[in-house]
Write a protein that binds this ligand. Structure first.
Ligand code: ZN
Length: 309
Protein backbone atom coordinates (compact mmCIF):
# COMPACT_ATOMS: atom_id res chain seq x y z
CA UNK A 1 0.00 0.00 0.00
CA UNK A 2 1.22 3.50 -0.82
CA UNK A 3 1.39 5.86 2.15
CA UNK A 4 -1.63 7.86 3.27
CA UNK A 5 -2.55 10.91 1.22
CA UNK A 6 -2.24 14.14 3.29
CA UNK A 7 -4.99 16.02 1.48
CA UNK A 8 -6.20 17.87 -1.57
CA UNK A 9 -3.71 19.10 -4.18
CA UNK A 10 -6.02 21.36 -6.23
CA UNK A 11 -9.63 21.83 -7.28
CA UNK A 12 -10.55 22.65 -10.89
CA UNK A 13 -13.83 24.29 -11.86
CA UNK A 14 -15.58 25.85 -14.84
CA UNK A 15 -16.30 29.57 -15.08
CA UNK A 16 -17.69 31.96 -17.67
CA UNK A 17 -16.20 35.47 -17.94
CA UNK A 18 -12.42 35.13 -17.39
CA UNK A 19 -11.87 38.75 -16.32
CA UNK A 20 -14.61 38.53 -13.70
CA UNK A 21 -13.22 35.21 -12.47
CA UNK A 22 -9.72 36.71 -12.20
CA UNK A 23 -11.00 39.76 -10.34
CA UNK A 24 -13.00 37.69 -7.85
CA UNK A 25 -10.27 35.24 -6.91
CA UNK A 26 -7.36 37.69 -6.86
CA UNK A 27 -8.98 40.83 -5.50
CA UNK A 28 -12.08 39.76 -3.56
CA UNK A 29 -10.59 36.57 -2.10
CA UNK A 30 -6.99 37.82 -2.21
CA UNK A 31 -5.43 34.76 -3.81
CA UNK A 32 -2.48 35.10 -6.17
CA UNK A 33 -2.68 34.07 -9.80
CA UNK A 34 0.18 31.58 -9.82
CA UNK A 35 -0.18 30.33 -13.37
CA UNK A 36 -1.73 31.72 -16.53
CA UNK A 37 -2.00 29.05 -19.20
CA UNK A 38 -4.46 27.66 -21.73
CA UNK A 39 -6.73 24.66 -21.92
CA UNK A 40 -4.53 22.28 -23.89
CA UNK A 41 -7.62 20.90 -25.67
CA UNK A 42 -8.96 24.36 -26.61
CA UNK A 43 -6.32 27.08 -26.73
CA UNK A 44 -8.91 29.86 -27.04
CA UNK A 45 -9.71 29.21 -23.36
CA UNK A 46 -7.48 30.09 -20.42
CA UNK A 47 -6.47 27.75 -17.64
CA UNK A 48 -6.04 30.02 -14.61
CA UNK A 49 -4.52 28.93 -11.31
CA UNK A 50 -4.96 30.82 -8.02
CA UNK A 51 -3.25 29.99 -4.75
CA UNK A 52 -0.93 31.16 -2.02
CA UNK A 53 2.31 32.98 -2.88
CA UNK A 54 3.87 29.97 -4.57
CA UNK A 55 0.77 27.90 -5.30
CA UNK A 56 1.72 25.26 -2.71
CA UNK A 57 -0.11 21.93 -2.87
CA UNK A 58 -3.39 22.32 -1.00
CA UNK A 59 -3.87 25.95 -2.03
CA UNK A 60 -4.59 26.05 -5.74
CA UNK A 61 -8.02 26.59 -7.20
CA UNK A 62 -7.95 26.42 -10.98
CA UNK A 63 -10.48 27.42 -13.64
CA UNK A 64 -11.33 26.91 -17.26
CA UNK A 65 -13.22 30.16 -17.96
CA UNK A 66 -15.26 29.75 -21.16
CA UNK A 67 -16.57 33.19 -22.07
CA UNK A 68 -19.81 31.72 -23.45
CA UNK A 69 -20.16 28.91 -20.90
CA UNK A 70 -23.69 27.98 -20.00
CA UNK A 71 -24.43 27.66 -16.29
CA UNK A 72 -24.15 24.12 -14.99
CA UNK A 73 -26.15 22.58 -12.18
CA UNK A 74 -24.56 21.41 -8.97
CA UNK A 75 -25.79 17.93 -8.07
CA UNK A 76 -25.03 14.29 -7.46
CA UNK A 77 -21.75 12.95 -8.77
CA UNK A 78 -19.93 16.23 -8.25
CA UNK A 79 -17.86 18.17 -5.78
CA UNK A 80 -20.78 20.24 -4.54
CA UNK A 81 -18.86 22.49 -2.12
CA UNK A 82 -15.30 23.81 -2.03
CA UNK A 83 -14.13 24.97 1.38
CA UNK A 84 -11.27 27.37 2.13
CA UNK A 85 -9.51 27.62 5.48
CA UNK A 86 -9.16 30.97 7.27
CA UNK A 87 -7.93 31.79 10.79
CA UNK A 88 -10.42 31.55 13.63
CA UNK A 89 -10.33 35.28 14.37
CA UNK A 90 -11.13 36.28 10.79
CA UNK A 91 -14.87 35.61 10.69
CA UNK A 92 -15.92 39.24 11.20
CA UNK A 93 -13.35 40.46 8.69
CA UNK A 94 -14.68 38.10 6.01
CA UNK A 95 -18.36 38.71 6.74
CA UNK A 96 -17.70 42.44 6.28
CA UNK A 97 -15.46 42.00 3.25
CA UNK A 98 -17.91 39.75 1.38
CA UNK A 99 -20.73 42.21 2.16
CA UNK A 100 -18.66 45.22 1.05
CA UNK A 101 -17.79 43.45 -2.19
CA UNK A 102 -21.42 42.60 -2.89
CA UNK A 103 -20.72 38.86 -2.80
CA UNK A 104 -23.70 36.50 -2.67
CA UNK A 105 -23.10 35.20 0.88
CA UNK A 106 -25.15 33.68 3.71
CA UNK A 107 -24.98 34.28 7.44
CA UNK A 108 -22.27 32.22 9.15
CA UNK A 109 -23.32 28.81 10.46
CA UNK A 110 -21.73 26.42 12.95
CA UNK A 111 -20.67 22.95 11.77
CA UNK A 112 -18.76 20.42 13.87
CA UNK A 113 -17.61 23.27 16.12
CA UNK A 114 -16.29 25.51 13.31
CA UNK A 115 -17.77 28.78 12.06
CA UNK A 116 -18.54 28.47 8.34
CA UNK A 117 -19.42 31.29 5.92
CA UNK A 118 -21.23 29.99 2.81
CA UNK A 119 -21.05 32.09 -0.37
CA UNK A 120 -21.03 31.83 -4.16
CA UNK A 121 -18.53 33.06 -6.73
CA UNK A 122 -19.80 35.20 -9.66
CA UNK A 123 -20.77 32.05 -11.60
CA UNK A 124 -22.66 30.63 -8.62
CA UNK A 125 -19.94 28.13 -7.66
CA UNK A 126 -20.68 27.10 -4.04
CA UNK A 127 -17.85 28.06 -1.68
CA UNK A 128 -17.35 28.21 2.08
CA UNK A 129 -14.83 29.84 4.37
CA UNK A 130 -14.15 27.62 7.39
CA UNK A 131 -12.57 29.43 10.36
CA UNK A 132 -10.29 27.36 12.58
CA UNK A 133 -7.73 27.99 15.30
CA UNK A 134 -5.33 25.47 13.74
CA UNK A 135 -5.19 27.22 10.35
CA UNK A 136 -1.47 27.22 9.45
CA UNK A 137 0.26 30.58 8.96
CA UNK A 138 1.09 29.50 5.44
CA UNK A 139 2.60 31.76 2.80
CA UNK A 140 -0.11 34.30 1.90
CA UNK A 141 0.46 36.52 -1.13
CA UNK A 142 0.83 40.28 -0.96
CA UNK A 143 -2.48 41.77 -1.91
CA UNK A 144 -5.74 43.32 -0.81
CA UNK A 145 -6.36 40.90 2.09
CA UNK A 146 -4.07 41.39 5.14
CA UNK A 147 -1.92 38.33 5.83
CA UNK A 148 -3.55 37.77 9.24
CA UNK A 149 -6.91 37.15 7.56
CA UNK A 150 -5.75 35.58 4.30
CA UNK A 151 -7.17 32.38 2.90
CA UNK A 152 -4.64 29.69 3.87
CA UNK A 153 -5.65 27.17 1.24
CA UNK A 154 -8.29 24.49 1.18
CA UNK A 155 -10.07 23.13 4.22
CA UNK A 156 -11.82 20.48 2.13
CA UNK A 157 -14.54 19.59 -0.30
CA UNK A 158 -18.00 18.06 -0.05
CA UNK A 159 -19.19 15.49 -2.58
CA UNK A 160 -22.88 14.93 -3.22
CA UNK A 161 -23.53 11.26 -3.91
CA UNK A 162 -26.64 9.18 -4.44
CA UNK A 163 -24.80 6.32 -2.69
CA UNK A 164 -21.85 7.11 -0.44
CA UNK A 165 -20.47 3.62 0.09
CA UNK A 166 -17.97 2.92 -2.71
CA UNK A 167 -16.51 6.42 -2.45
CA UNK A 168 -16.26 6.13 1.35
CA UNK A 169 -14.23 2.93 0.94
CA UNK A 170 -11.90 4.56 -1.56
CA UNK A 171 -11.36 7.57 0.71
CA UNK A 172 -10.46 5.27 3.60
CA UNK A 173 -7.97 3.46 1.40
CA UNK A 174 -6.51 6.86 0.48
CA UNK A 175 -5.92 7.70 4.15
CA UNK A 176 -9.06 9.66 5.02
CA UNK A 177 -10.65 8.36 8.23
CA UNK A 178 -14.37 8.63 8.96
CA UNK A 179 -14.39 11.02 11.93
CA UNK A 180 -17.82 12.50 12.48
CA UNK A 181 -21.26 12.58 10.98
CA UNK A 182 -24.39 14.63 11.24
CA UNK A 183 -27.56 13.95 9.24
CA UNK A 184 -26.60 13.13 5.65
CA UNK A 185 -23.04 14.42 6.13
CA UNK A 186 -20.20 12.02 6.87
CA UNK A 187 -16.82 13.66 7.39
CA UNK A 188 -13.53 12.03 6.39
CA UNK A 189 -10.23 13.47 7.54
CA UNK A 190 -6.64 13.04 6.36
CA UNK A 191 -3.47 13.84 8.26
CA UNK A 192 -2.25 16.96 6.44
CA UNK A 193 -2.68 20.59 7.47
CA UNK A 194 -4.50 21.82 4.33
CA UNK A 195 -7.28 20.27 2.29
CA UNK A 196 -7.61 17.44 4.77
CA UNK A 197 -11.41 17.09 4.83
CA UNK A 198 -13.81 15.34 2.47
CA UNK A 199 -17.48 15.42 3.45
CA UNK A 200 -19.79 12.92 1.77
CA UNK A 201 -23.37 14.16 1.44
CA UNK A 202 -25.52 11.14 0.71
CA UNK A 203 -28.69 12.21 -1.10
CA UNK A 204 -30.32 9.25 -2.89
CA UNK A 205 -32.88 11.51 -4.61
CA UNK A 206 -30.46 14.28 -5.67
CA UNK A 207 -30.52 14.94 -9.42
CA UNK A 208 -27.26 14.36 -11.24
CA UNK A 209 -25.10 17.45 -11.59
CA UNK A 210 -24.70 19.03 -15.03
CA UNK A 211 -21.29 20.36 -16.03
CA UNK A 212 -21.09 24.06 -16.86
CA UNK A 213 -20.12 27.40 -15.37
CA UNK A 214 -20.29 27.37 -11.59
CA UNK A 215 -19.52 23.66 -11.20
CA UNK A 216 -16.38 21.79 -10.18
CA UNK A 217 -14.74 19.63 -12.84
CA UNK A 218 -12.52 17.53 -10.58
CA UNK A 219 -10.68 17.38 -7.27
CA UNK A 220 -7.01 16.41 -7.14
CA UNK A 221 -5.26 14.74 -4.20
CA UNK A 222 -1.55 14.96 -3.32
CA UNK A 223 0.67 11.99 -4.02
CA UNK A 224 4.42 11.54 -4.36
CA UNK A 225 6.04 10.78 -7.68
CA UNK A 226 7.41 7.52 -6.22
CA UNK A 227 3.94 6.27 -5.28
CA UNK A 228 1.81 7.55 -8.15
CA UNK A 229 1.94 4.28 -10.10
CA UNK A 230 0.95 2.40 -6.92
CA UNK A 231 -2.11 4.61 -6.58
CA UNK A 232 -2.99 3.73 -10.15
CA UNK A 233 -2.90 0.06 -9.16
CA UNK A 234 -5.14 0.74 -6.16
CA UNK A 235 -7.69 2.33 -8.51
CA UNK A 236 -7.48 -0.61 -10.94
CA UNK A 237 -7.95 -3.07 -8.07
CA UNK A 238 -11.13 -1.22 -7.12
CA UNK A 239 -12.49 -1.74 -10.63
CA UNK A 240 -12.01 1.87 -11.68
CA UNK A 241 -10.45 2.89 -14.98
CA UNK A 242 -7.58 5.28 -14.27
CA UNK A 243 -5.80 7.13 -17.07
CA UNK A 244 -2.13 6.62 -17.72
CA UNK A 245 0.23 9.00 -15.88
CA UNK A 246 -0.04 12.33 -17.72
CA UNK A 247 2.71 14.97 -17.50
CA UNK A 248 1.07 18.33 -16.73
CA UNK A 249 4.47 20.06 -16.43
CA UNK A 250 3.75 21.48 -12.94
CA UNK A 251 2.71 18.03 -11.69
CA UNK A 252 2.02 14.55 -13.03
CA UNK A 253 -1.55 13.30 -12.95
CA UNK A 254 -3.67 10.19 -12.96
CA UNK A 255 -7.43 10.65 -13.30
CA UNK A 256 -10.22 8.22 -12.45
CA UNK A 257 -13.96 8.66 -12.27
CA UNK A 258 -15.16 7.19 -8.98
CA UNK A 259 -18.22 4.96 -8.70
CA UNK A 260 -20.20 7.89 -7.33
CA UNK A 261 -19.47 9.89 -10.50
CA UNK A 262 -16.92 12.36 -9.13
CA UNK A 263 -13.69 12.76 -11.11
CA UNK A 264 -10.65 12.29 -8.86
CA UNK A 265 -7.10 13.17 -9.84
CA UNK A 266 -3.93 11.97 -8.12
CA UNK A 267 -1.38 14.74 -8.67
CA UNK A 268 2.27 14.90 -7.62
CA UNK A 269 3.44 17.58 -5.20
CA UNK A 270 6.49 18.24 -7.37
CA UNK A 271 7.82 19.97 -9.35
CA UNK A 272 5.25 22.73 -8.74
CA UNK A 273 4.45 26.06 -10.34
CA UNK A 274 7.98 27.47 -10.06
CA UNK A 275 9.38 24.87 -12.48
CA UNK A 276 8.95 27.26 -15.42
CA UNK A 277 8.69 30.73 -13.80
CA UNK A 278 10.38 32.62 -10.96
CA UNK A 279 8.43 32.88 -7.72
CA UNK A 280 8.43 36.70 -8.09
CA UNK A 281 6.78 36.73 -11.49
CA UNK A 282 4.41 33.74 -11.24
CA UNK A 283 1.27 34.15 -13.31
CA UNK A 284 2.30 37.36 -15.07
CA UNK A 285 3.02 35.85 -18.45
CA UNK A 286 1.08 33.33 -20.51
CA UNK A 287 2.81 29.97 -20.05
CA UNK A 288 2.47 27.44 -22.85
CA UNK A 289 3.68 23.87 -23.19
CA UNK A 290 6.69 23.63 -25.52
CA UNK A 291 4.65 22.12 -28.33
CA UNK A 292 2.42 25.21 -28.44
CA UNK A 293 5.21 27.81 -28.22
CA UNK A 294 5.42 28.32 -31.99
CA UNK A 295 1.76 29.35 -31.98
CA UNK A 296 2.19 31.86 -29.12
CA UNK A 297 1.29 35.02 -31.09
CA UNK A 298 -1.86 33.47 -32.52
CA UNK A 299 -2.89 32.02 -29.14
CA UNK A 300 -2.30 35.27 -27.24
CA UNK A 301 -4.29 37.21 -29.84
CA UNK A 302 -7.24 34.85 -29.36
CA UNK A 303 -7.42 35.20 -25.58
CA UNK A 304 -9.39 37.94 -23.77
CA UNK A 305 -7.53 40.61 -21.80
CA UNK A 306 -7.67 39.49 -18.15
CA UNK A 307 -6.54 42.71 -16.58
CA UNK A 308 -9.00 44.99 -18.34
CA UNK A 309 -11.42 45.19 -15.42
ZN1 ZN B 1 -6.42 18.84 -12.12
Amino acid sequence: MPSAIPGIHHVTAIASDPGRNHDFYTRTLGLRMVKRSVNQDDVSVYHLFYGDRGGSPGTSMTFFPYTDARPGRVGAGQVSMTQFLVPEGSVDYWVDRLADEGVDADEPVERFGDTVIPFRDPDGLPLELVARADAPDGDPPEGPVPAEHAVRGFFGVALTLQTAEPTAGLLEEMGFDAVEGEGDRQRFRADGDLGYVVDLLEEPQAPRGQPGAGTVHHVAFQVTEEEQAEWREVLLDRGLRPTEIIDRKWFKSVYARTSGGVLFEFATKSPGYTVDEDLESLGERLVLPEWLEDRRDEIEAGLPDLDAN
